[in-house]
Design a protein around this ligand. Structure first.
Ligand SMILES: [Ca+2]
Ligand SMILES: [Ca+2]
Length: 444
């Protein structure tokens, strides 16, 4: 029989750096006396040499070793021992091995909620981009923008950069920060006379509210003493909760470590947990806010732990919760359970960061939450309230200024002989401000 090299189909393959290629022929001569040898060349149509490595180099199906970037031309050489011509080459397969692109992802995080989130990717040879992220986000832009990002946009974003079918993925984490909530911005009084003054003030929400931590029995364990700076509170067991001791205040300075001491009336398997809402957001167990003082323990204590006030703690009144929790290894400031006790206290932080900074556009550019102004014409003032996270909100209030009337020009005068007064009727409207209008005397 005659040797037949057969056909490799399709005639091209695209691979990525380090991948292998598998190739096979159809129509090659088979049977006794037929042998096979895969060959490769860097040049199409000539220069073939036997392949090295891989598997199946002497069969009709060959898988290469991992390939480096470049283009390779493969053929199968078929030899028959009992024929002539005895050697035939198959059709040629071109394998192009492409490099992987590089990929890097970044953003303008942290971003204030409501601001634009700008995602960025860089690459060397990439040509297509596929972003995915929280809130079902996807984009094929290299540098997409999410306009007016909401809290739901926070999280991990991935970008896959591709070039000639080879891709690389990079990721970046986006943090969305809330802006201050402004309840109202007021001018008191809202209307003044020229030369008078009004007090501008901006109101932000009152202190955060906190979850409850309810225990229904203090029969077996409860908190008998909490000592933390000026707090030294000896108590019995109280169900419900948390027990409100927030009138008791520990004054602390950011960046300093203080020892807390908790004594319990113990049972066994008791756990003592403390939380301090250092960022005053109403959530007691943000990162860095939870402390395990003891547990499991059957000891009354006092159990002590050094608590380092974070340098970034928010200044002012800060909620601290102390919990004695039976047989619970998982700290939970909002826990409801049978046996234990929860007590709340106040920690007053100084030396940390301000909850808010203020900037008014009044002539003094006041930086307090309220300021007195004396405009000479009706003026709208704007205040920018900025949180510790750098996010800002604005509010505005208008002070209306009434000017004194230059003169009274009654359009009519009706003498009243009985009351010796005269009724003046002024037309043209307007408010009389700072001008005393004396009754016109009747002269008979
Ligand atoms: Ca107690
Ligand atoms: Ca918190």
């Amino acid at each position: 029989m005659n040797a037949d090299g057969g056909t490799i189909s399709p005639a091209t393959q695209n691979k990525c750096d380090g991948q292998t290629a598998t190739m096979s022929t159809t129509g090659s001569a088979v049977g006794a006396g037929a042998t096979y040898q895969w060959k490769v060349s860097a040049t199409s149509g000539s220069g073939y040499v036997n392949v090295s490595g891989g598997t199946g180099a002497t069969t009709t199906t060959y898988t290469t070793d991992p390939l480096t970037v470049g283009t390779y031309y493969y053929v199968l050489e078929v030899t028959c021992t009992n024929c002539g011509p005895c050697t035939q080459l198959s059709s040629e397969l071109a394998v192009t091995v492409n490099p992987y692109p590089t990929a890097a992802a970044s953003s303008n995080s942290p971003v204030c909620i409501g601001s634009d989130l700008n995602l960025s990717s860089t690459t060397d040879i990439g040509t297509t981009f596929a972003w995915s992220g929280p809130n079902s986000f996807s984009s094929t832009a290299q540098n997409p923008t999410i306009t007016g990002a909401t809290a739901a946009a926070a999280g991990n974003y991935n970008v896959t950069v591709s070039a000639a079918g080879c891709s690389a993925t990079a990721s970046t984490i986006v943090v969305l920060n809330p802006s201050p909530v402004i309840n109202s911005t007021t001018a008191t009084p809202a209307t003044i006379c020229e030369g008078g003054s009004s007090t501008l003030a901006v109101q932000t929400p009152a202190a955060a509210t906190y979850c409850n931590s309810n225990f229904t029995s203090v029969t077996y364990e409860f908190i008998s003493n909490v000592t933390f700076e000026a707090i030294n509170n000896t108590s019995t067991g109280n169900i419900g909760g948390p027990v409100d001791y927030t009138a008791q205040v520990a004054n602390v300075t950011a960046g300093t470590t203080y020892t807390i001491s908790v004594t319990i009336d113990p049972d066994a398997n008791d756990y003592i947990y403390v939380w301090v809402d250092w960022n005053q957001n109403g959530i007691l167990n943000d990162s860095g806010e939870a402390y395990t003082i003891a547990g499991p323990t059957s000891s009354a204590g006092p159990h002590t732990l050094g608590i380092a006030v974070p340098s970034g703690a928010t200044n002012g009144s800060t909620r601290m919760r102390v919990v004695c929790d039976w047989n619970n290894t998982t700290p939970n400031p909002c826990r409801s359970a049978s046996f234990g006790e929860a007590e709340d206290y106040t920690v007053n932080v100084t030396g940390g960061v301000g909850a808010y900074t203020y900037l008014w556009d009044d002539p003094s550019n006041a930086t307090t939450s309220s300021v007195s102004v004396s405009p000479t014409t009706t003026t709208t003032y704007t205040v920018t309230v900025t949180g510790a996270n750098g996010c800002a909100s604005t509010g505005s209030a208008t002070v209306t200024v009434n000017t004194p009337m230059a003169g009274i020009n009654p359009s009519s005068a009706t003498p009243d002989c009985v009351t010796t007064s005269t009724t003046l009727t002024a037309s043209g409207g307007g408010t009389i401000c700072g001008t005393t209008i004396a009754p016109m005397q009747h002269v008979s």
